[in-house]
Every structure is written in structure tokens, then in C-alpha cells.
Design a binder for this molecule. Structure first.
Ligand code: ADQ
Length: 457
């Protein structure tokens, strides 16, 4: 009998072309490092877009992993990717924090590109293989594969939240998208509440009936469940203890003028991350507690993201104005309240910042999981540290020991910040170690093992 293989379909291939070395290099990231061993062992194939418009290198191998490229044109990047994925689905699934735009001329390319991905999978799939489709860009793919391979084992994992029917119901293509997902055997989400939202939507907008344990549609049963993604805990713990990283951390604190308290924020620059409200809360804190001025510094690192989408340009402007306002109002010649970096950091510098941050501020208005919160907990070992975490991040479902906040509540956020700054080190360490033990048990490898087990691998 032929061994079943794993076929992963995701918008992006986990590789990027490096002009310097003139070769494909694996992109760093938890998902790739968790799946790489299984893909090698199972002769797996990763189907995805190689990262540049109109590029189609076909099938190729990087670090012993087989890649199958799906080509996207410049226009499709505009309509399918920036348009439908990031102008319609992303805001809708994040509680419609920004108004999602509904355009038929975005929907059609979304269907076409999903068809191309399904065809890419069908080209390489053999009977018995397990197919694992990832994220909101490819929601129609499970059903498209199911139509051609009725007996296939198909899993789907959504990295972002799934909204309740009251919000989801706005999208004109709600039934088609749900039917697309229901083509899978298992539809997995970051949280229990997303899985429940999905089951409610499926009951309301399709012929499916039942609950998360068993959604019956035609002659099939689909399971909706939570499988929260995690990080490479051991790697972040190791980096957090690395003397070279420690040195970088100390240099960073020195450069900030050795504040008594360093607060840190690290996000992709996205309106869902709540960076602007976070800045307002900091202003409220300095207003109410002048004694903290000169003692507390806030470092906000924002990674450039989706710069072609208008809403992201507005968000960037908002944040930069907020930083300017705070520094103009409270700053002195000796002290800058907010240090703002608009760039990506090397992993060592990121961990150096984590391990020296006394308070980590993670305040998304809505977030599938939020890996930054987990990375901070793993990297900041045995030296106190307080995680202030939005109750609307998926991570909050398990991290009940964090200081949980409503990210919309400026006053509440300012109070939570004050509590975090004054928290006794023993209490802080106790909370951190409880979260750390969870991360040791449930790291990205445990997550991948669980998900692949559900697909019979
Ligand atoms: P994102 O919205 O990108 O992910 P997040 O989970 O926080 O959010 O992951 C961001 C990643 O980027 C982290 O691994 C972090 O280390 C890295 N990063 C952030 N800022 C950086 C910087 N300045 N320099 C370098 N690296 C930086 C989506 C969903 C999330 C979900 C993940 C995974 O929106 O909810 O947790 O996918 O499923």
C-alpha cells in the first residue's frame, strides 16, 4: 500500500527567492518549522504562491520539501489578494472594525484563484493523501477538491477569527463561502468561540444541521473544532537565555536611557491590533500619574504590512500622529516617552526586546490568536514581567493569568497598565510561570501533531 502523504495548500509558499544567493530560501516561521519534518517524512508537497506576480517556477524542491507553485497576476494581487482577502474578508472576520467592501469584481477573481489552488492540489494529490488547506484566502478550496475527490481526507485551518452570524451574514457570498469550508472533514479554528460561530453560521446560511461535534450536510459529517496554534517554545526560551541576546537587550535599555519601566508593543501594523488606542491609554496614564513621567518608556515596533491598502495607510498616519502627540506633550530633553520603530526586527533583536520588557502590551481589538503574546511569555524567563492582554485575542482563551483588558476602554487600559507597573515581582513570576508551563506542553509541534493526527497522519 502507498503511504499517505501530506499536501499543504496555503496562499504563500514557505520560501522566498534570495537575489544574493540566487536560490530559494525557507522563510522563518513557526508553521514551516513545525510542518517541515512531517513534510519530509511523508514526502509532502506544499502548494502556494511563490511571492512575485506572474512568477511560476512550477515544481521545485527546497531543503528536501517539494513545492508546487500557483501563479498570480498583478491584477489578481489587486483584486483577489488586496481586494477580496484584505478589503472584504479580513475586516469582516475581525468584527467589521473597518467596513468591509463588497465588490463582485473582487469575488470573481477570488473564485478563480481558489479554483487554481484546488487544481494545483488535484494535480499532485494521490488517493489516500491528507490535504490540509490554510486560511481565509482559500475558503472555497475544500469543496472544490471534494467535488473531484469525494473520498479525500481534507482539513482546513483558519488563522483568523470566525465572526458570529450577526456580522458574518452581511457578506453577499455567505452561503458559497460556508459551503466551500464544509467541503472539509474538519474545520479547525483558533478558539472554541470561532468554532461555535462557524456552526451557527452553517446552520443559518446552508443546509447543514447540527453542532460543532457533527454538522450534517448531504451524506457527510463535518467537525468544527478549536486547535489553537502555538510557537516554538523551546526556541524562544533558548534565545531568551542566550548571552548574546541578553547583551543586545541591555544595550537597548541603555539606549532608552535606562528607564525604570520599559513597556513594549510589537505588532504587524494593522488596524485590528489597537495600537492607536494603546497610545491614548498611555497619555491618560501620564496625565493621571505625573510621577511616572521620566520613569516609564514605551517602545512600539510596527512591521510594515499591506501598504497598498488605503485603510492601512490611514492607520499608519493615525499611529504616527499619536506618537508625535505624546512625545510633543510629555517629552523632555532627557526623556522620550514613546520610541516608535516602523520596521521588521531580526529575531534576536525581537527576543532582546521581549526579555527586557517589564510590561508587554498586546491589545488587539480582535485577533485570531496573537503569537507575540506567546513569544513574550516564552522569551522572558524567570525574571518577572507582566503580559497585558486583550480579552479579544484568541490567546486570552488560555492565558487567563495575563492582565486581561477590554482594548476599547482607554481608562481601563490605563488602570491595567498602572497595575502591571506596580505588580509585585512574586505575583508576576507566578502568573508568567503558569502561562509558560502551558506553552511548554502546547507548543507548535504539539499543535501540528494534533492537527495531523486528526487527518490520520
Ligand atoms: P498576525 O496578524 O501577523 O498573524 P501574530 O500572531 O502576532 O499576528 O504574529 C506576528 C508574527 O510576526 C510573530 O511571530 C512576531 O514575532 C512577528 N513580528 C511581529 N512584529 C515583528 C517585528 N517588528 N519584527 C519581526 N517580527 C515581528 C495571523 C493572525 C494571528 C495568528 C497568526 C498565526 O492574525 O491572530 O496568531 O496568524 O496563526
Amino acid at each position: 500500500m502507498v503511504e499517505p502523504r501530506l499536501i499543504v495548500a496555503a496562499n504563500r509558499l514557505p520560501v522566498a527567492w534570495d537575489d544574493k544567493t540566487q536560490s530559494w530560501e525557507t522563510s522563518p516561521g513557526g508553521l514551516v518549522s513545525a510542518l517541515a519534518p512531517v513534510l519530509r517524512e511523508k514526502d509532502g508537497i506544499w502548494v502556494g504562491w511563490p511571492g512575485t506576480a506572474d512568477e511560476d517556477p512550477g515544481q521545485f524542491e527546497v531543503d528536501d520539501i517539494e513545492m508546487q507553485s500557483i501563479s498570480l497576476s498583478e491584477e489578481e494581487l489587486d483584486t483577489y489578494y488586496h481586494g477580496f482577502c484584505n478589503g472584504t474578508i479580513w475586516p469582516l472576520y475581525h468584527d467589521a472594525i473597518r467596513s468591509p467592501e463588497f465588490h463582485r469584481h473582487w469575488w470573481k477573481p477570488y473564485q478563480e484563484v481558489n479554483r487554481r489552488f484546488a487544481d494545483g492540489v488535484l494535480e499532485v494529490a494521490r488517493p489516500g493523501d491528507a490535504i490540509w488547506v490554510h486560511d481565509y484566502q482559500l475558503q472555497l478550496v475544500p469543496e472544490m477538491i471534494r467535488e473531484e475527490l469525494p473520498g479525500a481526507t481534507i482539513g482546513f485551518f483558519l488563522h483568523i477569527p470566525f465572526p458570529p452570524p450577526e456580522i458574518y451574514g452581511r457578506i453577499p457570498w455567505r452561503t458559497e463561502l460556508l459551503q466551500g469550508l464544509l467541503g472539509a472533514d474538519i474545520v479547525a479554528f483558533q478558539t472554541v468561540s470561532s468554532a461555535r460561530n462557524f456552526a451557527r453560521c452553517a446552520n443559518r446560511y446552508t443546509n447543514a444541521t447540527g453542532n460543532t461535534d457533527a454538522l450534517r450536510i448531504a451524506d457527510r459529517v463535518v467537525v468544527a473544532e478549536a486547535a489553537p496554534i502555538s510557537i516554538d517554545t523551546a526556541l524562544f526560551e533558548k534565545l531568551g537565555e542566550d548571552p548574546e541576546v541578553a547583551k543586545r537587550g541591555e544595550r537597548l535599555v541603555d539606549d532608552l536611557g535606562n528607564p525604570k519601566v520599559m513597556i513594549l508593543g510589537v505588532d504587524r501594523l494593522d488596524y485590528s491590533k489597537g495600537i492607536d488606542i494603546r497610545l491614548r491609554a498611555l497619555g491618560t496614564l501620564f496625565d493621571r500619574h505625573p510621577e511616572l513621567r521620566g520613569e516609564v518608556s514605551f517602545v512600539q515596533v510596527a512591521v510594515p504590512s499591506r501598504e497598498d491598502v488605503d485603510a492601512y495607510q490611514d492607520t499608519r498616519r493615525n499611529i504616527e500622529e499619536g506618537v508625535g502627540r505624546l512625545n510633543g506633550r510629555f517629552g523632555t530633553m532627557e526623556w522620550t516617552p514613546v520610541h516608535y520603530l516602523y520596521r521588521s526586527l531580526e529575531r534576536e533583536d525581537l527576543v532582546a526586546a521581549y526579555r527586557n520588557a517589564d510590561v508587554m502590551l498586546v491589545t488587539p481589538l480582535r485577533d485570531g490568536m496573537n503569537l507575540v503574546a506567546k513569544e513574550y511569555v516564552a522569551a522572558r524567563r524567570g525574571i518577572g514581567g507582566v503580559l497585558v492582554l486583550s480579552e479579544f485575542a484568541g490567546a486570552a482563551e488560555r492565558f487567563t493569568q495575563a492582565v486581561l483588558v477590554n482594548p476599547y476602554d482607554v481608562d481601563g487600559l490605563a488602570t491595567a497598565l498602572l497595575d502591571a507597573i506596580h505588580m509585585h515581582e512574586d505575583e508576576a513570576s507566578e502568573r508568567m510561570s503558569a502561562m509558560r508551563s502551558h506553552l511548554r506542553r502546547w507548543d507548535v509541534h504539539a499543535w501540528a501533531r494534533y492537527c495531523l493526527g486528526r487527518l490520520g497522519l
